[in-house]
Ligand binder design. Structure first.
Ligand code: GDP
Length: 444
């Protein structure tokens, strides 16, 4: 999971302060030292770390944290605020041109995920805003690049403009824009060429494209896995093209997180989106405040809620709420829930968004194996309607029958029923306003 090492180390840094009514200056110094090391280990830019530590220290002194009632929590709050600030404070959106089309020029090194991200972003605008984008294939150096963009266009049902590889990219962009105007496309994405490293020839070509296209946004796509290099790349592209923003890809991988934390501070340009996988809907809006909470292991409830809303059928959700209130949640609903959770993506990513759960050792490496889901389904399908609707009737002889019917050991049947009971109990508590369990988790 991204940021895992950083989250662990920061939590360790705070652990030493916990429970102390008063902390000494030496305690504070030791904590700051650990925070500094944690950030450096996460590959955050050296000068960014230095500034960060200075600011946190100054605030901690200024707010008289040492005299306060709960110093640990106050310091966590200061670190949270400063992390948010470092990543850009506010969520930044795409600029929208006053007249159509809005032109988005996408740049980046080869392999960063530029072409994939063009598809993801166009797909998002199409689905959320009913946009009618056009994609322009302006990478003429790799024939496969045009093909790749066409495949993506087909997949998301968005037209792609190309003129092969023997035409000057600047001319392709001019022609593509002409077509977009004729066809009243409201967004145009220019997929430009990449190189393995920044070179002058590429920068010149991109500057020429910028001049004729006069883009609304110039977005740099960088690979989070490359750490400090991502930051250097961002600096180089920004110097040459004056970017409007950055999209950080591959945040689903095991990145230490340094790029996410340093890019805004080093280049002054905000991160707008993050790539969270290879599929077309694996693109998330970047919210600095939510990311800071996640890094601190405090979860990201808002993103979780949004993810759920996208994947959950609203009517079903309403029915479910009613059922929970009436305490009539049954095995059919349970099955439904499991399937919806599976649709939301890898369970370990979702758990990372729940407060207090990111670093829960019991949940380390947790994953819902599709085979487990099949076993659960088999067990539930072997129940009669009466049993599914009214699990209280599941006595030992019925359980044995279900085990035989689903070809599962009796222990699996018992475990499932126990899990179901626990889930039901928890839901009941939450729906009755008893959130103390959750509150305990959130307390630092
Ligand atoms: P380009 O050379 O910059 O156009 O890069 P591509 O779009 O061809 O992407 C390079 C590789 O990275 C492809 O295999 C993509 O599927 C993969 N990729 C792109 N974005 C992400 C992401 O957010 N997460 C993961 N895991 N892979 C990604």
């Amino acid at each position: 999971m991204a940021f895992e090492g950083l989250t662990n180390k920061l939590q360790n840094a705070f652990r030493n302060l916990r429970g102390k009514g008063k902390i000494s200056e030496a305690d504070l110094r030791a904590t700051m030292r650990e925070i500094r090391l944690a950030l450096l280990d996460a590959d955050v830019n050296f000068s960014v770390v230095r500034d960060f530590v200075k600011k946190v220290q100054a605030k901690a002194n200024g707010e008289n944290v040492l005299e306060g009632l709960n110093p640990a929590q106050q310091i966590i709050k200061i670190v949270d605020d400063e992390l948010t600030q470092m990543m850009g404070e506010e969520t930044t959106s795409l600029i929208k041109a006053p007249k159509i089309p809005t032109i988005i020029m996408m740049v980046g090194l080869q392999g960063a995920g530029k072409t994939t991200t063009v598809g993801k972003l166009a797909n998002r605008l199409k689905n959320d805003d009913n946009a009618r984008p056009l994609l322009i294939a302006a990478d003429v150096y790799r024939p496969a690049a045009i093909e790749q963009l066409q495949q993506i266009g087909n997949q998301i049902n968005v037209p792609v403009f190309d003129e092969g590889t023997n035409v000057d990219p600047v001319k392709i962009v001019e022609d593509g824009l002409k077509q977009a105007k004729e066809n009243h496309n409201d967004y145009v994405f220019i997929d430009t060429a990449g190189r393995l490293q920044i070179d002058e020839k590429l920068m010149k070509e991109l500057q020429n494209i910028k001049e004729v296209a006069n883009p609304t946004d110039i977005l740099l796509v960088v690979d989070a896995m490359t750490g400090q290099n991502a930051v250097n790349t961002a600096e180089g592209f920004n110097d040459a093209l004056d970017l409007t923003g950055v999209i950080l890809t591959k945040l689903d991988g095991d990145t230490r997180g340094g790029a996410a934390l340093s890019i805004k501070a080093v280049t002054g340009k905000p991160i707008l989106y993050t790539g969270q996988g290879e599929k077309m809907n694996d693109l998330d809006v970047f919210h600095p405040d939510r990311m800071a909470s996640r890094i601190l292991g405090m979860g990201d409830v808002l993103s979780l809620v949004e993810k759920t809303q996208k994947n959950v059928d609203e009517k079903k959700a309403k029915e479910l709420t009613e059922k929970i209130k009436e305490n009539s949640f049954n095995f059919d609903d349970f099955l439904d829930q499991l399937q919806q959770i599976q649709n939301m993506g890898p369970l370990k990513d979702i758990i990372g968004m729940i407060p207090g759960m990111a670093n829960n050792p019991a949940l380390k490496n947790v994953n819902m194996d599709p085979k487990d889901l099949e076993k659960i389904k088999a067990i539930i399908y072997s129940m009669t309607n009466e049993e599914r609707e009214n699990p209280d009737v599941l006595n030992p002889s019925r359980r044995r029958r279900i085990a035989r019917g689903s070809a599962q050991p009796i222990q699996n049947v018992n475990r499932l029923i126990k899990q179901f009971d626990q889930m039901k109990k928890m839901m009941n508590q939450v729906s009755n306003g008893n959130m103390s369990g959750m509150q305990n988790m959130m307390e630092a």
